[in-house]
Design a protein around this ligand. Structure first.
Ligand code: FAD
Length: 332
């Protein structure tokens, strides 16, 4: 099915797609016909990118009408899935069958193909990004043909993180592992000086570690630790100056923690805890722009110090600041 005039926006609402047409093919064959017959065709995932990367002057193609086709190969420990499937759907089915992915992004709402294409990552010192699990993929190329590639093939890594430029990814095969439990704990108000002095120790203190800050003040607002079943217990009353949260937290002060995955150190399936946000709710705040910078690890502490020095500029732009603590109480 093809709609005229897209005139629709991305998740954040900051970008309106310029493409004049939007198509939802119901089969791979229909998709092949569309691609072969179109001048410019590009895949649109679940629209969570904050910029124009998914746009085109021709037809946008969404794979949400294709069957997720989730198929586990237990002998090779892989799962094959349709590109338009959301991570949350895949994770629930894998968990049902006793399997797991090694990592998830902060939100499970994004499509597998869209997330992998942009090198979306989760957290954890030893965990590769989501694309690192891709063992193979199938894409419809410009002539409408199907190209299958596997890990080890020439230029494979570039095809996996292809930014949507090489074709429409219809199927991905991902590495899986036996299911595992995760226990998630949130610590509040860590001492900034201790965080900077012990940065590597902090980020390696659990399977996945995330820090949330608005860059102001002497403390880091929250540390989220996701401990894998069997890992040492970090439950402590003092985590680098921070104390354990006594109820479920959202990364933004004042927003209900009910949007977020299970915390308070209660162990349970990876599929319900590796992401920060729950599939049934709007992830994060819903009205925001996010950006990120990748830097070599050895420069992390210097970069954090620099960001703190820029707090006057950066803090007023943060939701944490808008929602709770900014501006600081005026003295007159
Ligand atoms: C609230 C929120 C939280 C986020 N958290 C994280 C996070 O924790 N970590 C992180 O790294 N990023 C995060 N992001 C960014 C997000 O993961 C990326 O923008 C990701 O690309 C979104 O996937 P999508 O399915 O929405 O793709 P879209 O934004 O729709 O498209 C992204 C790109 O993928 C291409 N594409 C989509 N589908 C296909 C396909 N079938 N075949 C070929 N190309 C395709 C598009 O052409 C485009 O180039 C977050 C975004 C939001 C809004």
């Amino acid at each position: 099915m093809t709609d005229q005039l897209v005139a629709e926006r991305n998740w954040a609402g900051n970008y309106s797609y310029q493409a004049p047409q939007l198509a939802h093919p119901a089969s791979v064959e229909e998709l092949q016909g569309l691609v072969a017959g179109g001048q410019k065709v590009r895949a649109l995932g679940t629209r969570h990118s904050f910029n124009s990367i998914a746009d085109t002057a021709g037809t946008l193609v969404v794979l949400d009408q294709l069957d997720p086709g989730i198929s586990v190969d237990a002998a090779n420990m892989t799962v094959t899935v349709s590109g338009g499937t959301r991570y949350g759907t895949l994770a629930a089915e894998l968990q049902r069958q006793g399997f797991a992915l090694h990592n998830l992004a902060s939100l499970p709402h994004i499509s597998v193909a869209g997330a992998v294409s942009t090198a979306t990552h989760g957290s954890g010192d030893a965990n590769g990004n989501l694309a690192s699990a891709v063992a193979g993929l199938e894409l419809v190329t410009a002539d409408g043909g199907i190209l299958s590639v596997r890990r080890g093939d020439e230029d494979f890594d570039g095809m996996v993180v292809g930014l949507g430029a090489l074709g429409i990814v219809t199927k991905l095969t991902l590495d899986i592992q036996p299911t595992f439990d995760v226990a998630q704990s949130v610590f509040e108000n860590l001492n900034w000086d201790l965080v900077l002095e012990n940065f590597d120790q902090i980020t390696s203190s659990a399977y996945s570690v995330s820090l949330f800050t608005d860059w102001s003040g002497d403390t880091v607002g929250q540390a989220w630790l996701k401990r894998r079943g069997g890992d040492a217990d970090p439950e402590t009353s003092d985590f680098f100056g921070g104390t354990p949260a006594t109820e479920a937290r959202h990364p933004l002060p004042g927003v209900s923690g009910s949007n977020c995955t299970q915390q308070l150190g209660m162990a349970g399936p990876w599929s319900d805890r590796l992401a920060h946000f729950r599939m049934e709710f709007t992830p994060s705040q819903g009205d925001e722009l996010q950006s990120e910078y990748l830097i070599p690890r050895e420069h992390a502490v210097d970069a954090l110090r620099t960001m703190r020095r820029l707090s006057d500029v950066v803090t007023p732009c943060c939701w944490l600041a808008k929602s709770a603590r900014w501006p600081p109480t005026s003295s007159g």
